[in-house]
Design a protein around this ligand. Structure first.
Ligand code: MSP
Length: 510
């Protein structure tokens, strides 16, 4: 029997500042994929979290006169509130300061050291003494420290290194024999040609110049440097190397790591090599999505070019933001985040296409049949085309979702609503009512509500509040995928109270 489990992750974000709309982008997408897989019968584990160690966070806390843990605790409380306001249903929010994670990372480090894949050496770099930071030549700005602008000097530091070079050939072979591993394909070529083929250098994996990190258990003046700590979250979260590793046994390897394009490199070079060194299977896919930009540039705290995402949620609703993030940008490409685009998506798709359709239809049912869903055997010449479109949608959604073409999947669901609006124009129910053509009118309204019901079921993973509200208004009990055969809608039920789900927003109102 096919193993119907599905393990999906987001990156663990740095809590150096509150999360912004770019972090929401990745997380809403992962949440929708997780919900979609669940709806399709998979046993899903959805992991997100925070990457809390490192000099940058240590410094921020020092500047405020608090401990790094106090600093990140506040940000994480805020992040969890943000995720709940967006309806993110993760199975675990892992923090790299969680004691179980710390212990597993120390065990992993020791295991690799015992095996000879981690060794002690010397790190050479350009050092800024006031900042206590090492820099590479290319990071310098005009030959000076990029943080404080002062002179740097060559320095050496004892450090542990991870033997990436040993695994280079195995990695290339793996990537070439598993074309689905790095997606989109353009990123795969970039990894091979720009990073792997020129030769992998061993990676420095410990530091002695700061202490906000996980200490090396057998040499505690060293803290484990970012990537080994961070990447291990994907297995530590499941209990790898702990007493209860049942989740690890059940869910590993990951089916999908969703990451932004700038960290594909770490996830497709360091991470698979770390797993090879641990004799563990590799994740099935790493998908590197593009960036959301604002006014053509990076979303950045220091530029102050963004609002707290909760402000948009308060103005437009949770689902309006989810929908925008899922629908606007082809997954894999860069795209723009702007409030104008958000308003225009909201008005066109949510208020006009679906909101209006539901409201018009339920109003007609109330007017003509006192809100009771009825059926008749009389057909109209437009039924078959509507029904066949509705019945073919699930297959299309699945095809798109298999390729992670999420905007296209959503658009094919919206095709149901657009087609239904056209069906109203074609069948002109108000004329049927005038002509006392009650049987035809019953058919038209039944077909409309049935199309709406099926569309709403398909929307559940993406905009769950909206989909649930539509299903509540219809008052149907048939809300699962096994009821999407056209004609499964109950008859002789009375619809619930209803009001427009989305009110149009005028540009100057916002
Ligand atoms: N801590 C590392 C990740 C470790 S994963 C083992 C990190 N953190 S981060 O806070 O910088 O988050 C980067 C990720 O946040 C991106 O890869 C992406 O998923 C998301 N995004 C942050 N800004 C974004 C945009 N402007 N647009 C799209 N995604 C963005 O890197």
């Amino acid at each position: 029997m096919e193993n119907k489990k599905y393990y999906i992750t987001t990156p663990i974000y740095y809590p150096s500042a509150n999360f912004h709309i770019g972090h929401c982008y990745t997380t809403v997408i992962a949440d929708s994929i997780a919900r979609y897989k669940k709806q399709n019968g998979y046993d899903v584990y959805f992991l997100t979290g925070s990457d809390e160690h490192g000099l940058k966070i240590q410094r921020k806390a020092e500047a405020l006169g608090i401990t790094p843990k106090e600093y990140v605790d506040k940000i994480i409380e805020d992040a969890k509130d943000l995720w709940s306001s967006l309806g993110i249903e993760y199975d675990r929010f892992i923090r790299t300061t969680d004691p179980d994670h710390v212990e597993v990372v120390q065990k992993i480090f020791k295991k690799l050291y015992d095996k000879g894949d981690i060794y002690k050496g010397e790190y050479k770099g350009l050092y800024c003494t006031p900042c206590e930071s090492f820099w590479t030549e290319s990071q310098l700005v005009d030959g000076k420290c990029p943080d404080c602008g002062r002179d740097v000097e060559e320095a050496r530091e004892e450090a542990y290194f991870f033997r990436l070079s040993k695994y280079q050939d195995r990695l290339v072979e793996y990537i070439e024999t598993h074309p689905e591993f790095i997606q989109p394909v353009s990123r795969k070529n970039e990894m091979i040609n720009n990073f792997i083929k020129p030769g992998l250098e061993d990676l420095c994996v410990s530091r002695t110049t700061f202490n906000w990190g996980i200490p090396v258990s057998f040499d505690p003046k060293h803290v484990i440097y970012v990537w080994i700590d961070a990447l291990s979250n994907y297995i530590s979260a499941l209990g790898y190397l702990t007493e209860d590793d049942s989740k690890f046994k059940k869910y590993w390897p990951a089916d999908l790591h969703i990451v932004g394009k700038e960290i594909v490199r770490f996830h497709t070079i360091i991470w698979p090599i770390l797993l090879m060194a641990l004799d563990l299977p590799l994740p099935k896919q790493v998908f590197g999505h593009g960036w959301l930009v604002i006014n053509g540039g990076k979303i950045s705290k220091s530029l102050g070019n963004y609002k707290d995402p909760r402000e948009y949620i308060a103005t437009y609703s949770k689902d309006a933001i989810r929908y925008y993030l899922l629908r606007e940008v082809p997954f894999g490409s860069d795209g723009t985040f702007s409030e104008d685009l958000l308003v225009s998506r909201y008005n066109t798709d949510l208020a006009n296409t679906v909101g209006n359709l539901v409201n018009r239809t339920l109003s007609m049912l109330t007017k003509y049949f006192d809100g009771v869903i009825v059926k008749s055997d009389v057909k109209t010449e437009f039924d078959d085309s509507l029904i066949s479109l509705v019945e073919s949608t699930k297959v299309k959604v699945d095809e798109y979702m298999d390729k992670l073409e999420i905007p296209e999947a959503l658009d094919s669901i919206f095709e149901i609503f657009r087609r239904s609006n056209k069906y109203i124009d074609e069948t002109t129910p108000w004329i049927l009512a005038k002509e006392e053509n009650k049987d035809k009118l019953k058919t038209v309204l039944y077909n409309l509500i049935e199309s709406i019901r099926i569309g709403a079921i398909l929307l559940l993973p993406f905009i769950p509040d909206t989909a649930n509200e539509i299903l509540r208004q219809i008052n149907t009990k048939n809300i699962t995928l096994d009821t999407i055969t056209f004609g499964s809608l109950e008859t002789d039920i009375h619809i619930n109270d209803f009001k427009p789900i989305f009110m149009r927003v005028e540009k100057d109102e916002k």
